[in-house]
Design a protein around this ligand. Structure first.
Ligand SMILES: *Cc1c(COP(=O)(O)O)cnc(C)c1O
Length: 399
């Protein structure tokens, strides 16, 4: 008898179905003037001078060969120098920096390089779903870290101290997706103190570090003295410079953690395209003005969108960083008869009645239930339009 194999590996059963796939299917049937604020994908192109740097780098035939795994030394040096300027943190480009094919690649490979069966990993809930799913795929056990409104969506440090003896790795993401929460240096100091006391490692996903709207810039966890012994941080050009499709990011921090990441990476991909690394060097060295313009654009969008919702009586809190508006579903939508997810139900209703797509909180973990996320990835006019449609709809419901 021949054996009838299942095509999928058993481990695929360890992760939940991808919720956003279902929403994509709904979206496909939503009709014409849909305003899509669901996905966190920048709508604007990369700044033209960065594209020009790429075009120029294409002419260098060296770039057409296989790249090196951790990236060019020149690119890693540019990252180290940006870190020194931006965070006053010194990094060794040789051992403490790796270029990545987007930070998502780095997150996955770091988890696979550091965790496996028997290990426990604390992951933000709500949070970027890749963390929890990669922890599961690696065979390790995720523990959700509750990020609650009453704690400004930061980690409750007493809670962290209680689970600290059990975990190998803590995965944080500030400024946060989906919550838009910003951590202070004092918060990072407390986290690093716990990591040193209990011996766990920390990942901080800092891909939104340059999308801030207040006077204080989001810090790096590596600014904390001693953090380099236990922490790695991720960055990306995707959000800062609207380069999501280019696939370029970086991991920085503890050399042993970077080495573990690279060992998986060497067996999976071959590093980012050399020409894109050259353009990234240009962006890191000369891109401050583009990042500033991007901030201004999102700040205006934020004010238009939140202002319009508030005008219609939905009291959303404007984010201090990231391009996400994270808010509780409005009154009237906070329960469902069937016990179906409140956030999914709200998302479906907004799609059907307003042709506005948002992301249901449940898609980011149980801790996101009851909330929705709007990504400000459409021009001001469309955002205003979306908020007006939603606002009018909510007002109708109040009657
Ligand atoms: C967008 C996003 C990423 C992915 O960034 P890439 O560099 O494009 O892979 C990683 N982490 C978080 C929290 C994100 O929101």
């Amino acid at each position: 008898m021949i054996q009838m194999h299942e095509p999928s590996a058993a481990r695929l059963g360890w992760i939940p179905p991808y919720l956003f796939q279902e929403l994509d299917d709904l979206k496909a049937h939503a009709g014409r003037d849909l305003i899509d604020l669901g996905e966190g994908s920048p709508d604007q192109p990369a700044p033209r001078p960065i594209s020009a740097a790429l075009t120029k780098a294409l002419k260098n035939t060296e770039n057409h060969r296989y790249p090196s795994y951790p990236g060019k030394l020149a690119a890693r040096a540019a990252v180290a120098s940006w870190y020194r300027r931006r965070f006053q943190v010194a990094l060794d480009p040789g051992t403490e920096v790796s270029m990545l094919v987007g930070s998502k690649e780095g997150v996955s490979h770091l988890i696979w390089g550091t965790c496996g069966p028997g290990d426990t990993v604390a992951v933000s809930d709500p949070g970027y779903p890749v963390y929890q799913n990669q922890v599961r795929l690696s065979g390790a056990t995720p523990i959700p870290v509750p990020l609650e409104e009453k704690n400004d969506f930061l980690v409750d440090l007493d809670w962290l101290a209680r689970i600290a003896p059990r975990i190998k790795l803590l995965c944080l993401n500030f400024p946060g997706n989906p919550t838009a929460a910003v951590a202070t240096l004092g918060f990072y100091r407390d986290v690093v103190a716990l990591a040193r006391k209990y011996g766990f490692f920390v990942v901080n996903d800092n891909v939104y570090s340059e999308l801030y709207f207040g006077k204080t810039r989001p810090p790096s966890i590596l600014e904390v003295p001693g953090a380099m012994e236990r922490c790695v941080e991720f960055h990306s050009l995707s959000k800062t410079f609207n380069m999501a499709g280019w696939r370029i990011g970086m991991a920085v921090g503890n050399a042993r953690l970077i080495k573990a990441l690279l060992k998986i990476k060497q067996n999976t991909d071959s590093g980012p395209f050399g020409a894109i690394q050259d353009a990234a060097v240009y962006a890191l060295q000369s891109g401050a003005k583009f990042a500033a313009a991007n901030r201004l654009m999102y700040k205006r969008r934020r004010d238009v969108f939140c202002g319009e919702l508030v005008r219609h009586g939905w009291e959303v809190t404007p984010p201090e960083a990231t391009f996400y508006v994270w808010t509780r579903v409005p009154p009237g939508y906070d329960s469902t008869p069937s016990g179906e997810s409140v956030s999914l139900n709200f998302t479906r209703q907004m799609l059907a009645s307003c042709r506005v797509m948002c992301a249901p909180g449940i898609g980011f973990g149980q801790g996101g239930e009851g909330f929705v996320r709007f990504a400000l990835v459409a021009p001001e006019k469309q955002l205003k339009n979306a908020a007006r449609r939603i606002g009018r709809r909510l007002a109708q419901n109040d009657e």
